[in-house]
Write a protein that binds this ligand. Sequence first.
Ligand SMILES: NC(=O)c1ccc[n+]([C@@H]2O[C@H](COP(=O)([O-])OP(=O)(O)OC[C@H]3O[C@@H](n4cnc5c(N)ncnc54)[C@H](O)[C@@H]3O)[C@@H](O)[C@H]2O)c1
Length: 452
Amino acid sequence: MNGFRLSRREFLHATAGAASASVIAGPSLFDSEPSYAAEQSSSPSDQVRFGIVGVGMEGSGLLSTAIQLPGVKCVAAADLYDGRHELAKEIAGPQIRTTRKYQELLDAKDIDAILVAVPDHWHKQVVVDALAAGKDVYCEKPMSHNPADGLAMVAAAGKTDRIVQIGAQRTSSVLCAKAHELYAQGAIGDLNLIEATLGRNDPTGAWEYPPPPDLSLQTLDWDTWLGTAPRISFDPLVFARWRCWKEYGTGVAGDLLVHLISGMQRVLGINEVPNRVSSFGGIYRWKDGRNMPDVHPVLFEYSGIPVYMRLSLGCESAEVTRFQGSKGMIELREFSVSYTPQAGVDLSPSYYTASFPARLRDPYVKQWHEEHDPVPGQEPAPETITFNGNDYDDLKPHLWNFFGAVRSRKPVLQDAVFGNNAALACHLANESYFRKSPVYWDASANVIKSIG
Ligand SMILES: NC(=O)c1ccc[n+]([C@@H]2O[C@H](COP(=O)([O-])OP(=O)(O)OC[C@H]3O[C@@H](n4cnc5c(N)ncnc54)[C@H](O)[C@@H]3O)[C@@H](O)[C@H]2O)c1
């Protein structure tokens, strides 16, 4: 975990006094860190020099994590709010350059890669500009603010040999890797349902963040912050709580569901848009002027398999994804993955035979036992196997993969196409909610269409 940032999850775990007891100490299958410093040379010649655009809640975590990696150096930070220049220097040192103009980072010859952690409505422009400037790019999730932005980003990535990695970090986690291994080995047999759920019930979890007290038109370039969004007068709440409005954010879908979708794509080894999507919900709990739902259950169909994901800011519930198949279930959680095999056969005479008269039931039951009872002392003892591992929300493995790819020039898993497919699933979920209709992605026309 990074030393600087106390993420929401880390905070909750720390205050609950729970957490890392389950994280394996010392070298093991799930310990990704013991030899990482040795794995990558940090000689000045192959040092990766990066700049960061957006040093807010997430950008500050990315920055403080990235500078812990060997052979990685922050050179400059761009942000429209001056308080975040101060923050960037606190994290990375007073020697880094800071500016309100991200283009200065793109023009700089001493910067190889750009980390992008601006609000969703700015992702496309920064990424397209960074690629045009020849930089490798790590862009936060959801990749796009809308389908058109995503297509423009995929096109821009396709025109260069630059590395593009999207920031749904769990795809680089040891837990998703283990779940993928189990799934690919056929542990659960034929997949027939995926369900996932995530619930919060507190103002911070619902994005009611306190704006920085010194935020003003003097300390923030508000006009540029608005970007492509409609012009409105300076509003500190919009600056801090932009997720609540579709003009800047992508709702619980783009904020949270995208992590579940990206993790699912990683575990299943798929990279595709769902065939159809139906979603429901509303603003039930946080009637604070937001226009995105705070409760948003979504039903997807991926290649014929139903995927039911329930997102809520109205009631706290554990975050879990369950992959269900004919031979059992894989359950993925933040700190663990477990596998529960299922025999898929009757373990006792069918209870339906209780409806038989005794003259029919008794011979059936007798025969059933003769044919199925195990040898005494050799009864099957199925068990759930649980692997405990590093937090799948830890940014370090994902940044590690990104900077490794910048050096090796080898492709990353969560590239622009992967990120776009995951983001599209979220846009479909939002469209279905707003249209009150099932929708699908018409790939020939590149638009979302209603079904029925
Ligand atoms: N991977 C994760 O787990 C995770 C977690 C939180 C947020 N995020 C993503 O990170 C991104 C940023 O979220 P956040 O919570 O840090 O937002 P934030 O509002 O806290 O920070 C965004 C920063 O970007 C700056 N900014 C906006 N437009 C800019 C521009 N054109 N040039 C330079 N700076 C600009 C703002 O001034 C602000 O300081 C979002 O896309 C969000 O979805 C990802």
